[in-house]
Write a protein of this length. Structure first.
Ligand code: GLN
Length: 487
């Protein structure tokens, strides 16, 4: 394996800018690595070798500059890339090549990054393991018989397999952080509205948040800084400057957390984290205390209702958002033989095009929104969402950030949770409250349990994304990064 694939994004950007290495060499090294390992990992749904090499040539000719000039990036397949297949890992979008780029993709290009391809995920970002991808699961580089998390398992696995130094994910209920945790990589969910949703295939519009994935905190911060910021094409985008997350990560890396108050959520304590996960979390918390942080117990009494509220709100929004996949406008069309009605063709297309989990969510959401049940389910869930937001606001009057394990368990073996949807939903027990509130949160590797990575979650107030990077970088300085076994 070329040593170029082992380097951080910051190192690569520095070497390319100093002309110690060309952007083409860096892109080729990563494409070679993908050729060597992706048959086993299956992080990518599409590799755009030609596009990557052309973008790298433009950097080498000096036509493109920017803070990440020449640095490769992998993009989750739920994000529209002009002319490059975008399927959201669904059969219903097979072969669709968007006629436009997502804002995030435009910003990646403006920053000089080189897109290697599109990464695997659970269909329409619904899931926690990538087992719901219509194109086959991704395998965790730590143990190829285990899940890489989801929905953005492809992006996280690409990092852990050294196929890309940076990746883009989307987080609706944990899909950046949970894959980060179980692959030993860093995943950050920015403040909702801090990164543009324009060109992101919508799952649950009031929750969906694109964000950065990387192998270390500073790289994640750098990627965050280039994709974030106001976008007039997204009506929920926040028209405010993005906090300086890169400076915060560098400050944190100095290893001083004097005066920083970490809130330990009382209600999370009894939530059945695996013993090894709980132990790694506790040890990391002690490491942060040695750096000067203070731990304060806080109460967030409504967090226990977050999971049920999420599984009403997210399916409700998805049932509406996925109505557009009707066999007329995009991708797949089934049964259009000239004799069938429009309704029949739509129904056959949706039956063939959507997988079982997506169908389950659409049915659940349609039911929750139906007249007669709306107030009992959707309306109640929205009230719970408000109470969870108030829990966060009250907690942040006492502490700077909240901390928890990212997931209750380490990467599980394939097939062990697909038979019971609730078992799969539990993977996001600790990540979902943040999505309902809208704040930022990051997962940083904090050790191993039974030889598998454990993630440490840091949750911050809305628009205080810099705080989680500071604490995350401090944690990384204390516990180090994780290196997966060689593939
Ligand atoms: N696992 C959660 C779900 O299935 C979260 C997914 C996400 O964040 N996109 O809905």
């Amino acid at each position: 394996m070329s040593e170029l694939t082992r380097m951080s994004a910051v190192e690569l950007a520095g070497k390319i800018a100093a002309k110690e290495v060309s952007a083409v060499e860096v892109a080729q090294a990563h494409l070679d690595r993908i050729s060597a390992v992706d048959e086993r990992v299956h992080a990518f749904l599409y590799v755009d070798a030609e596009g990557a090499l052309n973008a790298a040539k433009r950097v080498d000719r000096g036509e493109v500059t920017g803070p990440l000039a020449g640095v490769p990036v992998a993009v989750k397949d739920v994000i529209a890339t002009k002319g490059v297949p975008t399927t959201a890992a669904s059969k219903i979008l097979e072969g669709w090549r968007p006629p436009y780029n997502a804002t995030i993709v435009e910003r990646l290009q403006a920053a000089g990054t080189v897109m290697l391809g599109k990464t695997n995920m659970d269909e329409f970002a619904m899931g926690s393991s990538t087992e719901y991808s219509a194109y086959g699961a991704t395998n965790n580089p730590w143990d190829l018989g285990r899940i890489p998390g989801g929905s953005g398992g492809g992006s996280a696995a690409a990092l852990a397999a050294y196929e890309a130094p940076l990746a883009i994910g989307t987080d609706t209920g944990g899909s950046i952080r949970q894959p980060g945790a179980v692959t030993g990589t860093v995943g950050a969910k920015p403040t909702y509205g801090g990164t543009s949703r324009y060109g992101l295939i919508a799952f649950s519009s009031s929750l969906d948040t694109p964000g950065p994935c990387a192998r270390n905190v500073e790289d994640a911060a750098l990627l965050h800084s280039v994709i974030a910021g106001h976008d007039v094409r997204d009506s929920t985008s926040i028209p405010q400057p993005v906090p300086d997350v890169v400076a915060a990560a560098r400050l944190g890396a100095s290893g001083d957390l004097t005066g920083v108050k970490l809130g330990l959520v009382k209600e999370f304590a009894g939530d059945g984290s695996e013993p090894g996960v709980a132990a790694a979390f506790r040890e990391s918390l002690e490491a942060l205390v040695k750096l000067g942080a203070e731990v304060v117990e806080v109460s967030c009494p409504h967090f226990e209702y977050a999971l049920p509220a999420y599984y009403l709100i997210a399916p409700s929004e998805c049932s509406s958002n996925l109505a557009r996949f009707d066999g007329v406008r995009y991708g797949l069309r089934v049964g259009d033989d000239g004799n069938r009605s429009l309704e029949e063709v739509m129904s056959m297309t949706r039956d063939a095009g959507f997988g079982p989990e997506v169908k389950r969510r659409i049915i659940l959401g349609t039911y929750a929104l139906s007249s007669g049940y709306y107030d009992a389910y959707y309306g109640q869930a929205q009230k719970v969402r408000t109470l969870i937001t108030r829990d966060f606001q009250k907690a942040f009057e006492q502490v700077d950030v909240l901390v928890s394990p990212t997931t209750p368990f380490v990467a599980f073996p394939f097939g062990s949770r697909t038979s019971d949807p609730y078992q799969m939903y539990l993977a996001d027990l600790f990540t979902i409250p943040t999505n309902l509130y809208g704040g930022p949160a990051i997962s940083v590797p904090c050790g191993l349990s039974e030889g598998l990575p454990v993630g440490f979650q840091i949750m911050a107030p809305t628009m205080a994304d810099d705080r989680m990077y500071r604490v995350g970088a401090a944690l990384e300085s204390a516990v180090g990064t994780l290196t997966p076994p060689a593939l």
